[in-house]
Design a protein around this ligand. Structure first.
Ligand SMILES: *Cc1c(COP(=O)(O)O)cnc(C)c1O
Length: 378
């Protein structure tokens, strides 16, 4: 048994090895084999997307999205600075420019009230991230996009099973992306998916994902040989990873139920404790259903956060902070970013801390986390 409580431990359901053994026995371990097809069907059924395509990562799914939007030099894409680098690299790799808009103090999502002022004649798309799987204000964002003829892409790495006004996250954008990295609710180690909601983009999405060839059409018997028809790259995961992922997709109810239990136990144990100490807890608007991806606390200052992480580490419990705002990173500064520009993102970068939350976390581990927090006097 380990003698510390990790921040995360990837979930296992017990069927991963069996499915991987079946993939080996079937003799198809490259991409788009029988297990990938089963994952695609499940993801389409779960999300309602016109097409779900497994990818090697969410990073790569975002890169395909940027290619599908034909982003090029001079184009601007509105995006939050409080996100993972991959969200913004997808834009920059095409030569386009990220137009950072600060996040809301309550949900840490792109601040819908600031978006319209950032729209210019060069704006091509809005790339939203549903932080912690809590929805961005999609009514406002969709209205702005419609008014200015902008595409919406959702980086939904946190938000599979999240909903906004009873509509699934990932279903608002022409395109959305998922991550199955080991830190996400469902995982295959490294993996992701592109969800194509705009049916007009399905064919080209398949082509870009298959090295710019129409190989997918060939395998469906729609063309008699396959050939190079567009730009593309190799974005297919091995069927071994799809086999692993299928085991997780089949158990999503159990995984989600346990994560929600842990999330709710944190919320009920910590609400009044946090309030008297000026510590913020996640805000979940009434019209949002979240997938229990993260439980975070907003400490009053960077010093308080550093002290809390050290206090917990001394009790062998790992707490971790999260994104360092991209606009003040070395790369972000090349796009004109400077300190003070997006204060809410900067404060979250300094003060936010995440608590251990994983499927196989035991009740006694969680009790230890809560007791140790309560013993914090700094
Ligand atoms: C995890 C994550 C990614 C990257 O996912 P990978 O599958 O590791 O490429 C992108 N965006 C956000 C918001 C993430 O949390």
């Amino acid at each position: 048994m380990r003698d510390y409580i990790p921040f995360n431990q990837p979930p296992t359901t017990g069927r991963e090895l069996q499915y991987m053994a079946e993939a080996i026995a079937q003799g198809h371990i490259s991409g788009d084999g029988p297990f990938s097809k089963r994952c695609h069907e499940r993801l389409e059924a779960l999300t309602g997307a016109a097409r779900a395509l497994l990818t090697t990562s969410c990073t790569h799914a975002l890169e395909i999205a940027a290619l599908l939007l034909d982003l090029e030099e001079g184009d601007e894409v509105i995006c939050p600075p409080f996100t993972f680098v991959s969200t913004v690299n997808a834009i920059v790799l095409r030569g386009a420019t990220p137009a950072f808009v600060d996040v809301r103090p309550d949900t840490l999502n792109l601040d819908d009230r600031l978006i319209e002022a950032a729209v210019t004649p060069r704006t091509k798309a809005i790339l939203v991230v549903h932080y912690a799987g809590v929805a961005c204000e999609m009514d406002t964002i969709c209205a702005i996009a419609a008014r200015h003829g902008l595409a919406i892409v959702e980086d939904n790495a946190h938000g599979l099973f999240g909903r906004y006004r009873d509509r699934q996250l990932g279903s608002f954008g022409a395109l959305s992306t998922l991550s199955f990295h080991e830190t996400k609710n469902l995982t295959c180690g490294e993996g992701g998916a592109l969800l194509v909601n705009d049916a007009a983009l399905v064919d080209r999405a398949e082509i870009i994902r298959e090295k710019g060839t129409n190989r997918s059409r060939f395998f469906r018997g729609q063309v008699d040989k396959y050939t190079w028809v567009d730009v593309g790259s190799s974005y297919l995961p091995s069927d071994l990873l799809a086999a692993y992922l299928l085991a997780q997709l089949e158990e999503h109810d159990a995984i989600q139920a346990r994560r929600h239990e842990i999330w709710a136990a944190y919320a009920s144990a910590l609400t009044s404790w946090a309030a008297v100490r000026g510590i913020g807890l996640p805000t979940i608007p009434d019209h949002c259903h979240h997938p229990a991806h993260l439980f975070y606390m907003m400490m009053p200052s960077l010093a308080a956060r550093t002290a809390l992480i050290a206090h917990m580490r001394a009790r062998r419990i790992l707490l971790v902070f999260h994104y360092q705002p991209l606009h003040v990173s070395e790369m972000g500064r090349r796009f004109g970013g400077r300190p003070g520009q997006h204060p809410v993102a900067e404060r979250a970068g300094d003060c936010l801390v995440r608590l251990p939350l994983f499927y196989q976390m035991t009740a006694s581990e969680q009790a230890q986390v809560i007791e140790s927090l309560e013993a914090f006097t700094g």
